[in-house]
Design a protein around this ligand. Structure first.
Ligand code: FMN
Length: 125
């Protein structure tokens, strides 16, 4: 099975998890913004990772749309500052992002990088 990890990350948490998954599976990893350079039909499995932002998994709808015409399977992971032990909160996030259990979903605890966010705000001005 040929797999690829595609991730979107602003402050680096999701990138780190994506790299760990890529290392573990010995598979390719790519950033979401480079997706148009990929031939998705080359892959059997896409593992998509991004952040939870106000309860929503960033760009999940877009990735589902892009993969809608492809045969590859999709697995999703999302990083967030919610503690992994807060299972009810995580279940809520899952329910508001997925209608059913057809797409496997994994929540991965991260944190908040105030340092990197400050840089982003500065760049966005
Ligand atoms: C404006 C904002 C909203 C956020 N909303 C959530 C949230 O609803 N749930 C959560 O668990 N974490 C939330 N977080 C934390 C981020 O999801 C977390 O820092 C994430 O790992 C960032 O990923 P990145 O470093 O790959 O960009 C939020 C952070 C910010 C700045």
């Amino acid at each position: 099975m040929r797999a690829i990890v595609i991730y979107k990350s602003r402050t680096g948490f999701t990138k780190k998890y994506a790299e760990w998954i890529g290392e573990e599976l010995k598979c390719e990893i790519a950033v979401y913004s480079d997706m148009n350079r990929l031939t998705l039909s080359d892959f059997d499995l896409v593992i998509y990772g991004s952040r939870v932002h106000a309860g929503k998994i960033d760009s999940l709808t877009k990735i589902k749309g892009i993969l809608g015409n492809e045969k590859c399977e999709l697995i999703v992971f999302a990083t967030g500052a919610t503690p992994a032990a807060a299972t009810e909160e995580i279940e809520k996030t899952k329910k508001s992002n997925f209608h059913d259990d057809t797409i496997p979903f994994f929540y991965m605890q991260s944190g908040l990088s105030y340092e990197k966010m400050a840089h982003l705000f500065y760049v966005n001005i």
